[in-house]
Design a protein around this ligand. Structure first.
Ligand SMILES: Nc1nc2c(ncn2[C@@H]2O[C@H](COP(=O)(O)OP(=O)(O)O)[C@@H](O)[C@H]2O)c(=O)[nH]1
Ligand SMILES: [Mg+2]
Length: 320
């Protein structure tokens, strides 16, 4: 069997190697991603996001245990957006999910953010495809919900669980408005702590301010360490899967491919922006400085300049 066939057959070591290849990027990675695309769309993806320390890893570990009790096989991808130097979150996750390390029915992998900004998000759709193609029926994606890029990562999830916990700085401040918008299920974890009820009320008040329909988002209280509220979490996630009309393989594939393309385009534009000659950059700055052009106007000019000198885009446009 080839390595690719072994991956499709569900061999874990083949999957692990494929993920490393996809993380590295480059031509071999792109070629693998293209082959994978024909074999994906079946896995259901559950995203867990929320501020660092809210208890995502601990809760996921408890949730995985609950799903295992139902006989389900689960893959967990923990995306660590911290710098490779800190490494702390990933190591921590490994111990928090350690209870599953010898269980053949659980696949856990940390995906660390390396290299330039956006490099992390670039590999996620293809890595999801790999785990999906390897036959894992459920994939849990853990991301730190601290900014725009994490909100985007969660877009690949069929059901999005957003965690908060009392006592994380300014409670609700810890949840960015944008991240509240994407929630299918809201969780207030650490219900064993004193201010948990207040956090629930604050979230409910925020939900009430949102557009019609979003008031249906359930707020679930859990204690990951005491294993409280896990039934409610299971129920809430299952309900969302039951409600969603957006779950066929075709749509999942489309969503991942769209996300991948958008990220690649962003990365390409970013690279070209950085490559703009300093004197041309200075010239544009000077015109902003003298009020000859607005900031937005100058930014658009810069974007156009970045794309113009690019023979690749030209070649693409020439293609039939
Ligand atoms: N009191 C309490 N602590 C918790 C609970 N869940 C997680 N923690 C603790 O919160 C800390 C951060 O947990 P972790 O799962 O790493 O959070 P993450 O950064 O969101 O993945 C750890 O020390 C956990 O033991 C909980 O339900 N109650
Ligand atoms: Mg974590």
């Amino acid at each position: 069997m080839t390595a690719f066939e072994r991956l499709l057959a569900g061999e874990v070591s083949a999957l692990a190697r494929a993920i490393s290849l996809l993380e590295a990027g480059g031509d071999a990675s792109d070629a693998l991603a293209a082959r994978l695309r024909g074999h994906t769309g079946n896995a259901r993806v559950i995203g867990f996001t929320g501020p660092p320390g809210a208890g995502k890893s601990t809760l996921i570990s408890a949730y995985v245990a609950a799903l295992r009790a139902r006989g389900e096989r689960i893959a967990v991808l923990a995306v660590d957006p911290s710098s490779p130097l800190s490494g702390g979150a990933v190591l921590g996750d490994r111990t928090r999910m350690g209870e599953h390390s010898t269980d053949q029915g659980v696949f856990i992998r940390s995906v660390a953010a390396r290299g330039h900004l956006g490099g992390l998000a670039l590999s996620i759709p293809a890595i999801l495809d790999a785990v999906d193609a390897a036959g894992w029926p459920t994939i849990i994606l853990e991301t730190v919900g601290a900014g725009q890029s994490e909100t985007e990562i969660v877009e690949f999830a069929d059901v999005k669980v957003v965690l908060n916990a009392p006592g994380l700085g300014d409670d609700i401040q810890a949840i960015k408005a944008g991240i509240l918008e994407i929630a299918d299920v809201l969780v207030v974890n650490k219900s064993d702590l004193p201010l948990a009820e207040r956090t629930v009320r604050q979230l409910q008040a925020m939900l009430a301010l949102r557009s019609a329909g979003s008031q249906d988002v359930p707020v679930v209280m859990t204690s990951a360490t005491r294993l409280d509220g896990l039934d409610d979490l299971e129920q809430a996630v299952d309900n969302r899967f039951g409600l969603s009309a957006d779950l066929d393989a075709e749509r999942r594939r489309g969503r991942r491919l769209r996300g991948l393309l958008r990220r690649r385009a962003e990365a390409a534009i970013r690279d070209r922006l950085v490559a703009i000659a300093p004197d041309r950059m200075d010239a544009i700055c000077e015109r902003v400085h003298s009020n000859a052009v607005s900031i937005d106007g100058a930014a658009l000019e810069l974007a156009a300049l970045a794309l113009d000198g690019n023979e690749v885009a030209g070649a693409l446009l020439d293609e039939p």
